[in-house]
Design a protein around this ligand. Structure first.
Ligand code: ATP
Ligand code: MG
Length: 615
């Protein structure tokens, strides 16, 4: 038995300040240069707040380097702080005036709208680079300056100081490991340009008269001149955009910026920056997961998401309702742009679609809206030249003599090896044969067909496809070849038939290798995203017979075939016929099995012996 008496007491959370500052300084941010960003943000907020009380005030930020002293100083001429404010806001982790103002004034109106700070921790990022931080400041309406001095883990010293100008100077006494930064204006400039290029407040370096951040960023300005934007994109991203998509949504999610379509061929694999996301014009990240539509990895650009919340490290966005809303707006804007282009300039849209065809075709399988768009502009190769689905449908009215259930029958071939042969069969007709031979094209075509309505059907160019013999080959009846011939011509996975038709060839072969399609389709079914009618059509298409059986159709109208079939299989003509069957399969792209190759060698020998009369 346990004889100890039970007890309980309340204990406060304890915070080891030195430990927290250490964490802030070493582990919150992945880049030490994030300190530059945080200090610029604070200066920006101070200037914004001064602008709110003095509408004529413009403000500027100056960064000074002192190589000998090993310091970096961030000057601003913003509101400044008095002694009480300095004590309260600078030295309290988690408390800042900015967050308070934003909460009071609301996120989307008044001063709150333009401020960046929110967590009350940013200043401590300075300890990543510095062992000591000194803030000298004077309120714009105050009489005396105040100095706030802190070393990591030590107490803060607050004192009065001489300061003529209103505003704030934050000096970092650099850690030994970062001392050299004080002599490297290029590194500082690079960090400023990375994080603050779109910030409207001018930032100067080392007393220089020209600002180092962009004077005016058209990316985010409301008036859009695509030529200017194109030029800016080329300067910034070093590539020429295929299309420029201005994004301006003031309703709800408030997303603005510019996206463009990259000319890069395999955009999903490139390590290049993708979409730069800014919140209140400070760069958060160039790769925010889940923001851009998955079907458009070819988009690049800059987006300002003023209502999204950065994580406290400011390297990512919090996934919240604002994020979801922004993501929806972005997708909607991109769709609207492309759908608009489908109306106004289909040629331009088609060129872009062709450039990124694999990405788009693949993505369309799970995205009905994208599929609808592509049905108008994705050019399938056909026996009659490239054309989009809607055009194919127009040119494929059903053969009224044979079809009673369908208004349109779309013929397609999905085997690259059969492209030529199938194109030949369609050459003299107005109906095209779609060559759905590239990745994703076959399921995409079938889904588009299913969505075109129950009176439209897609059929493979194949002996088993309903209506193919009648409508395309003009054959009324197909027979199986006699038993002895079936045995003689026997080949693994090949069925042999005979019919009379006008093609002028002894035999036509059709390959049927749909294992790939079957697999893709089964995966699609699992996603549950297939259109109505698609499943039924696929079942018919895939299960109508054993997958993988190739077919040969002997032409009884051909003299040689007619003669051969009229004799015994021991006659040399039978061997000639067998050679022709093999040849038709090879012409269609099949690879003959070893066994058949041996048979062929024997046949050739036999024919040659027979011809030479046993000399
Ligand atoms: N340059 C400055 N001028 C005037 N006040 C400043 C300046 N820098 C900091 N402050 C004051 O110190 C507070 C704390 O700054 P800190 O960067 O730690 O937090 P914040 O900016 O409020 O929020 P965040 O953590 O999101 O940056 C600010 O809210 C502001 O009141
Ligand atoms: Mg801050």
């Amino acid at each position: 038995m346990n004889s100890a008496t039970a007890w309980s007491k309340k204990v406060p959370f304890a915070v080891d300040v030195a430990g927290v500052i250490e964490i802030m300084g070493t582990s919150l941010y992945s880049q030490p240069m994030a300190a530059v960003r945080e200090l610029i943000q604070n200066a920006h907020d101070a200037i914004q707040r001064r602008r709110d009380v003095d509408l004529t005030f413009s403000g500027r930020i100056d960064i000074a380097l002192d190589k000998d002293a090993g310091t970096l100083t961030f000057h601003d001429d913003g509101v400044g702080l008095d002694a009480q404010e300095a004590e309260k806001y600078l030295g309290t982790l988690g408390v800042g005036m900015t967050g308070g103002i934003r909460r009071e004034e609301g996120e989307s109106t008044g001063t709150g709208q333009s401020l960046i700070g929110m967590f009350g921790v940013g200043l401590f990022s300075a300890f990543m680079l510095a062992e000591r931080v000194r803030v000298e400041t004077r309120r714009f309406d105050g009489a005396q300056g105040v100095c706030w001095d802190a070393g990591a883990g030590s107490d803060i010293t607050l004192s009065s100081c001489e300061r003529e100008r209103a505003g704030t100077s934050v000096t970092l006494f650099l850690r030994p490991a970062f001392k050299e930064l004080a002599g490297e204006p290029e590194s500082i400039e690079k960090a400023v340009k990375y994080y603050a290029d779109h910030l409207p407040i001018p930032i100067h370096l080392g007393g220089g008269s020209a600002r180092i951040n962009m004077v005016h960023s058209n990316w985010l300005s409301p008036s859009v001149d695509t030529d200017v934007l194109s030029q800016e994109i080329e300067n910034d991203f070093h590539e020429r955009p295929l299309e420029i998509i201005p994004v301006r949504s003031s309703s709800g999610a408030k997303v603005s910026g510019v996206l463009y379509v990259t000319p890069e061929r395999t955009p999903a694999f490139s390590g290049a920056p993708l979409v730069t996301v800014t919140v209140r014009r400070m760069v958060i990240s160039r790769r925010i997961d889940g923001l851009m539509p998955v079907w458009a990895p070819f988009l690049r650009g800059v987006l300002e998401l003023p209502l999204c919340g950065p994580t406290s490290s400011r390297e990512d966005l919090v996934r919240n309702a604002a994020f979801d809303a922004a993501q929806k707006v972005v997708e909607e804007e991109v769709f609207k742009f492309l759908e608009g282009l489908a109306e106004t300039d289909i040629g331009r849209l088609t060129r872009m679609v062709v450039w990124h065809r694999y990405t788009l075709a693949g993505a369309s399988l799970t995205n009905p809206r994208l599929r609808r768009l592509l049905s108008k502009c994705y050019p399938f190769d056909t026996s009659h030249g490239p054309m989009p689905f809607v055009k194919v449908q127009e040119l494929s009215p059903a053969d009224a003599l044979v079809e009673s259930d369908f208004d349109a029958v779309i013929w397609f071939n999905s085997d690259r090896r059969q492209e030529q042969a199938s194109a030949k069969l369609f050459a003299g007709r107005t109906t095209p044969c779609v060559q759905a031979t590239r990745s994703f094209e076959e399921p995409m075509l079938l889904m588009m067909t299913a969505e075109a309505g129950p009176q439209v059907q897609a059929r493979a160019v194949n002996l088993n496809s309903k209506g193919f013999l009648e409508s395309i080959l003009g054959i009324r009846e197909v027979e199986s070849v006699p038993e002895s011939w079936a045995e003689f011509l026997k080949l693994e996975n090949v069925s042999i038939h005979a019919a009379s038709y006008d093609a002028g060839v002894p035999a036509v072969a059709f390959l049927d290798e749909r294992r790939d399609l079957k697999q893709t389709v089964e995966e699609l079914f699992k996603t549950g995203q297939v259109p109505m009618g698609f499943q039924k059509m696929m079942e018919e298409h895939l299960d109508s017979r054993k997958i993988g059986n190739n077919q040969v159709l002997l032409n009884r109208k051909h003299k040689l075939v007619a003669r051969a079939l009229g004799r015994k299989t021991s006659h040399p003509l039978a061997s000639v016929l067998r050679l022709l069957v093999y040849q038709s399969l090879e012409a269609a792209g099949a690879t003959l099995p070893q066994q058949a190759q041996r048979v062929r060698a024997a046949d050739l020998e036999w024919v040659s012996d027979a011809l030479s009369g046993g000399e």
